[in-house]
Write a protein that binds this ligand. Structure first.
Ligand SMILES: C[S@@+](CC[C@H](N)C(=O)[O-])C[C@H]1O[C@@H](n2cnc3c(N)ncnc32)[C@H](O)[C@@H]1O
Length: 232
């Protein structure tokens, strides 16, 4: 399967990786800059088409755990041995991304110049499938041919969950998956509940809506407005 695919590929990356260390050079600067802005530690990152790991390795050095996936056994083998030498939390999987299903959810999905290697149907299908594995509040970071970006954006627009485009320029598309609105806790609702009760009645029910007895107090607050509280 992989052998057939390599034969059809416009460029034989497996052969390139076999013959050369660090064949693609330094990490992509836009990704280096992005990770430098993060204050969260130990994020889970999926690097699709990781090659020899120029991106996966710098991300691992920043303390994040990375799963790199590539169809090239030589690329993945180089990634794994470099990660092992430095004891980085980076693993590699040899797989064809057209059929690969990741295990679990990731904070960041990174795809550096890999989707353009697939047919249009395949690259949109792969993207559609992989973004289901990005957590709420997580990111998809893509570097690809500029002419492909509009098609990628259309994939995000068709999703039920909303994605916000944060960067779209010169072959880069970074989007963030929105966090769902979270109902605030009953404790947060109490002051509103209490104030509604206070303005809607001459009697003071403040004591029954006190934070020390939240469940009973909420049950008693029949005048609480329907749209009273959804935290951002
Ligand atoms: C231009 S290289 C980019 C490598 C890496 N992302 C980087 O920037 O250093 C494209 C990579 O996609 C991989 N690739 C191409 N088709 C693939 C497929 N169907 N499944 C998995 N990897 C694939 C190639 O083996 C190659 O490593």
């Amino acid at each position: 399967m992989a052998a057939c695919y390599f034969a059809a590929m416009a460029y034989d990356y497996d052969e390139l990786y076999r013959s050369q260390n660090d064949a693609l050079g330094a990490p992509t600067q836009a990704f280096v800059d992005f990770f430098a802005t993060l204050d969260q530690q130990e994020l889970r990152v999926l690097d699709i088409g990781c090659g020899q790991g120029r991106d996966a390795l710098f991300i691992g050095r920043a303390g994040h755990s990375v799963v790199g996936v590539d169809i090239s056994p030589n690329g993945v083998s180089d990634l794994i041995s470099a990660a092992r030498d430095e004891s980085l939390p980076v693993t590699g999987i040899v797989a064809d991304i057209r059929t690969f299903t990741p295990k679990g959810m990731f904070d960041i999905l990174l795809i550096d110049r890999t989707l353009h290697m697939l047919t249009e149907v395949d690259r949109l299908d792969v993207l559609r499938r992989l973004i289901q594995h990005v957590k709420s509040g997580g990111w998809t970071l893509i570097a690809d041919e500029r002419s492909n970006l509009a098609g990628f954006k259309a994939v995000f627009l068709e999703q039920e969950v909303h994605w916000t485009t944060k960067v779209e320029k010169r072959g880069f598309l970074f989007l963030r998956r929105d966090q769902p609105l979270v109902k605030s806790s009953s404790r947060d609702r109490l002051p509103i509940c209490a104030s509604v009760m206070l303005v809607s009645s001459q009697k003071t029910f403040q004591s029954s809506c006190s934070p020390s007895s939240p469940p009973a107090a909420i049950a008693n607050c029949s005048t609480r407005p329907k749209n009273a509280k959804f935290a951002p």
